[in-house]
Design a binder for this molecule. Structure first.
Ligand code: ATP
Length: 307
């Protein structure tokens, strides 16, 4: 059976009568990199803050490493590391000095943890360079090092890629992949740009206006973003039945909007058009759609309507 590191059930956060997070169910299996995707203000930060116990949930349950009771949860939280924003590091201290300060403040045992964390994020050679002279990528890495100091089994990262340049994004992504591979660290990472999480996340949760719209694996998402012909027809169920009966197509889906997504016969648009017209189906449009994750996300949240 799959072991889940984090499960939320009906997780809700209200500010007055406004629900910033509204009955959200999240399941993060062990060893996965879970991408939490949503526009700015969707509720991602609030979810991560609740899991990290930086803010209290109004309603719902959090299960961490199988624990749900408040006392057990406290122990379970010691197995997590969170980076919700870049922590306030001292500008005139080096990477090492900053981490050492937090190590003492947090009572983390063993001076070597600082060195280990710096090694892990590739900042071990920054020597006397002061934090104020760090690039944004280096600052993000130091924030990550701080979250890694207690060797967490679950890493919670809120928009860590935000603001990085393309090279910085690739570096940070590789760093997380390495952590995941080498230490089996489970990662929950949020972003408002789905493509930033591509080649990284192994499963996704899409949230909008505080609600979970869909949770699916990377493989399922790739499947949904496969190349297809999108047919806008007058009577989709009947058209689908005709395609199945006359052309032997089985690999399609009929969307609630009346669009048929056809994943086979991509090279035969004329034949399909002729058949549907012959059978008296009105065809308002046919479009070859390529794999585009961003489009999928926007369609899901209703931000963009095609056609
Ligand atoms: P962003 O990436 O912009 O931070 P987000 O998806 O992380 O977006 P949240 O920061 O979780 O979104 O915010 C969700 C909603 O809750 C927003 O509408 C925000 O204005 C509101 N909100 C967050 N914190 C508070 C607060 N302390 N008091 C009132 N409203 C808040």
């Amino acid at each position: 059976m799959t072991e889940n590191v984090l499960v939320t059930r009906g997780l809700t956060k209200r500010y007055g009568s406004y629900a910033a997070v509204d009955h959200v169910d999240i399941t993060v299996p062990k060893g996965e990199i879970y991408g939490l995707v949503g526009r700015n203000g969707a509720g991602k930060t609030t979810i991560i803050r609740m899991v990290a116990s930086q803010t209290i949930a109004s309603e719902g349950e959090i299960e961490l490493f199988g624990m749900t009771e408040e006392r057990e949860l406290r122990a379970a939280r010691s197995r997590t590391g969170a980076m919700v924003e870049i922590p306030s590091f001292y500008p005139y201290l080096t990477a090492r000095e900053n981490l050492e300060y937090y190590r003492r403040q947090r009572g983390v045992a063993g001076a070597h943890v600082v060195e280990d964390a710096l090694q892990q994020v590739g900042l071990a050679d920054t020597g006397k360079k002061k934090f104020k002279a760090f690039s944004l990528g280096m600052k993000q890495r130091l924030g990550l090092a701080l979250a890694l100091m207690n060797r967490p089994d679950l890493l919670l990262l809120d928009e860590p890629i935000n603001g990085l340049d393309p090279e910085g994004i690739v570096d940070f992504r590789n760093l997380l992949l390495e952590l995941n591979r080498q230490y089996q660290t489970t990662i929950l990472i949020s972003s408002h740009i789905l493509s930033e999480l591509q080649n990284l996340a192994t499963c996704y949760g899409f949230i909008d206006k505080g609600r979970m719209l869909e949770q699916l694996s990377a493989a399922e998402l790739a499947e949904k973003c496969r190349d297809c012909l999108e047919l806008r027809v007058g009577d989709a169920p009947r058209a689908a039945a005709i395609l199945e009966r006359e052309l032997g197509y089985h690999d399609f889906e009929v969307l609630p909007s009346g669009v048929i997504r056809l994943y086979e016969g991509l090279g035969e648009p004329e034949r399909i058009t002729r058949l549907l017209v012959e059978q008296g189906i009105s065809l308002a449009g046919m479009e070859h759609r390529g794999a585009n994750l961003e489009d999928y996300f926007l369609n899901l949240i209703g931000g963009v309507h095609h056609g």
